[in-house]
Design a protein around this ligand. Structure first.
Ligand SMILES: [Zn+2]
Length: 696
């Protein structure tokens, strides 16, 4: 199970998240934050025909996608603001001074090592050479456990808030997670991985575009192998081997939609049972080499994948395995190597898969890397400077108002029995909200950071994180742990911790604005709060109880009613994305779409209760001339104003659970009678859905 986040950041493209000028300022001028304003609305359009255009066309026109971005929206402007803030704290911390705290020294030296591009370019592939030598020395496939254990400990582990199709472990992934049947104890998870393209469909689909991407991929692999020192002819041959082996893994991997059902992932095994799945891979040796503690049970998410791994070991020669491992090692750290590797890596993952035209400036990439590798150290300085405590207080009030609204919504539901309602109320009461940053900061004192060794720093920080996760095997689950860093512009619900989490990074305009009206805040951050709360009750979340256990608390009749409502959403969101040449899969995005629809619904109810307590109503005009209700909907849409390049839209639709922005606005509004009321829409107009869907 992964977290249910507000949006998916494409892992391979994450350096392209932040952008703009290519200069290297010693400190960033803080960019303007995007605040919701009625001036952005295009009054020449009819809100009842296409509300997304009505609310966003002006903004999109005035804010074209920068060349070093795959997408651009009001959301990204905040990400840019946050990374400028992080950059400023890093620049300060990077100045050698006896007054630096140990935390400042660590993040400052890390940043300085990343910014030292001359040294990185001079070193070339050398910092990775010990790992490549280890692979070259591999004489028999029986040595795979030690080689993989070594690679797994120095390669940046996936952020668990990303959708699992992006999990990029070498061959397989290993991490920790609460047990599905008993969430109070954390177990070892063995997961499918080993594919560098962002999803198994990229290997298996047969359309012209997929073939074109695979052709480019093979060329990219060959170029990277050549850069790492292989002769051209060998690199060309090896790149074909890599595609063939990754395609075998893709065939064995579980489909992304099947993975949405936690029951399919709940395969508890002993070490002996895992050994029986893969007789050619000695797990005892792998775990001994990683020095991981034993786990009471092992969750094997996709046993068929591990059978496929066994076949792959048997059917490919040691030479072929060395080629695959060499590629995997180089690919995993490419963005931390010298310029030729960085550029070739960007050429494929940035240009081909996201349509991005140019690499973001180095200082921005280094700031993102520092946030990734030492996030809770970087976050301390960020929070101290940029997160006022009063923001937390107002957030808590909004969360309370919106939870009360869901409680009322559950009580009023005509399609649930009293028994199911009672369990739903209990689950909501047990849900913990976490706002801003962790109560206890992660201690990085054991991570050695050297001012002159960037790749080494990345590898040691990665090893620290992997060992931290492995140390949790068999231990009581820690619900206070955070899965996102403080400057992150995102939010998530964790069904197994039964928590909703809002990093400080999202508690800024256009989401949260201390100066804005309640209507504007409930429409923006309120809808995000609602979205995360509802994840506990979407097609995945509803399968977990208040304690985070995979336990069915629904009567059969109520579950059937749920499925019927879910189907309406699934059908509605299955639609063509003409410019990207793909179709959205409503089955893949059902959870996110349900969270969007229910989230706006309970945020609106929360606003209504809040206004009522102030003696106001939704239909009364606000200071800007629109009614409170109109402002609520416009502020919601404003958060999603933005555009994707077609390449990124295609990759996103194929691999992630979030619908494209225009559907996140128009489908939700079209399902709400309150929207038609707010803007005087008539039956038959596009924004009034004849068959309006509603789960929550
Ligand atoms: Zn979500």
């Amino acid at each position: 199970m992964r977290f249910c986040a507000l949006l998916t950041v494409l892992l391979a493209l994450s350096t392209a998240l932040f952008a703009q000028s290519a200069t290297t300022p010693s400190s960033s001028a803080m960019p303007e934050l995007e605040r919701f304003s009625i001036e952005q609305v295009d009054k020449s359009l009819d809100p009842c025909v296409d509300f997304f255009q009505y609310a966003c066309r002006k903004w999109i026109k005035a804010n074209p996608i920068p060349p070093d971005q795959g997408s651009w929206g009001t959301f990204d402007s905040l990400a840019l603001w946050n990374i400028a803030a992080v950059h400023n704290t890093l620049e300060e911390a990077a100045q050698p001074s006896p007054n630096r705290t140990p935390v400042e020294q660590k993040v400052g030296d890390y940043y300085a090592s990343c910014m030292n591009e001359d040294a990185i370019n001079k070193a070339g592939i050398a910092p990775l050479q010990p790992e490549l030598d280890r692979i070259a020395r591999m004489k028999a496939k029986s040595q795979l456990p030690e080689v993989l254990a070594s690679l797994h400990q120095i390669i940046r582990p996936a952020n668990l808030s990303y959708i699992d199709a992006y999990y990029q472990g070498v061959v397989f992934g290993i991490y920790s997670q609460p047990g599905l049947d008993d969430a109070s104890i954390t177990l070892a998870i063995l997961d499918q991985a080993g594919m560098a393209l962002p999803g198994r469909e990229f290997y298996l689909n047969d359309d012209a575009k997929s073939k074109e991407i695979r052709d480019k991929y093979v060329k990219h692999v060959a170029r990277m192998l050549e850069l790492s020192g292989e002769p051209q002819a060998q690199a060309a041959a090896d790149s074909q081997t890599v595609l063939a082996m990754e395609t075998e893994l893709a065939k064995a991997a579980m489909d992304i939609v099947a993975r949405r059902d936690p029951k399919n992932l709940n395969n508890k095994m002993s070490l002996q049972q895992i050994q029986a799945l893969t007789p050619s891979f000695e797990w005892k040796r792998y775990f001994a080499a990683t020095r991981a503690p034993s786990s009471p049970q092992y969750l094997v998410t996709a046993p068929s994948f591990f059978r496929g791994m066994e076949t792959l070991i048997q059917s490919h020669s040691i030479e072929q395995w060395r080629a695959y491992l060499r590629w995997s090692a180089v690919n995993s750290v490419a963005s931390s190597l010298s310029q030729p590797f960085v550029e070739e890596d960007f050429n494929f993952f940035g240009r081909t898969l996201a349509g991005t035209q140019q690499l973001p400036p180095r200082w921005r990439r280094c700031s993102v890397d520092a946030d990734t590798d030492l996030g809770e150290a970087v976050g301390q300085a960020y929070v101290a400077k940029y997160f006022p405590p009063e923001n937390k207080e107002r957030m808590l009030q909004m969360v309370k108002a919106i939870k009360t609204a869901l409680d009322q919504d559950i009580a009023a539901a005509t399609w649930m029995s009293d028994a199911t309602k009672q369990a739903a109320h209990a689950k909501l009461a047990a849900q913990v909200d976490k706002i801003g940053y962790p109560d206890r900061w992660r201690d990085y004192s054991s991570v050695e950071i050297r001012r002159d060794d960037f790749l080494g720093n990345v590898q040691r920080a990665s090893a620290f994180e992997i060992r931290r996760r492995m140390a949790q095997f068999g231990q009581p689950t820690d619900r206070t742990e955070w899965g996102m860093t403080p400057p992150t512009v995102n939010a998530y619900e964790d069904p197994q911790h039964n928590t909703i989490n809002f990093p400080a990074g999202i508690l800024q305009p256009p989401f949260f604005d201390a100066r804005a009206s309640d209507a504007a805040n409930f429409g923006a951050i309120g809808a995000v709060i609602g979205h995360e709360i509802i994840h506990g009750y979407d097609d995945q979340g509803r399968k977990f109880d208040g304690g985070g256990n995979l336990k069915d608390w629904w009567t059969a009749a109520d579950a059937a009613s749920y499925d019927q409502r879910d189907q309406c959403i699934t059908d509605e969101y299955t639609q063509d994305v003409p410019e990207a040449g793909v179709k959205q899969n409503g089955k893949l995005s059902a959870g996110e779409d349900t969270a969007d629809n229910g989230g706006v619904h309970i945020a609106l109810a929360g606003l209504q209760n809040t206004l009522k307590s102030q003696g106001k109503s939704l239909d009364q005009p606000a200071a800007n001339g629109e009614t409170e209700l109109q402002n609520f909907f416009l502020s919601y849409a404003n958060v999603w104003c933005g555009d994707n390049r077609p390449e990124l839209a295609r990759t996103a639709v194929m691999t992630q659970g979030h619908s494209l922005n225009r559907y996140r606005v128009n489908n939700v509004m079209g399902n709400m009678p309150e929207f038609g009321h707010a803007f005087g829409c008539r039956a038959g107009q596009p924004m009034v859905h004849a068959n309006a869907c509603r789960v929550w």
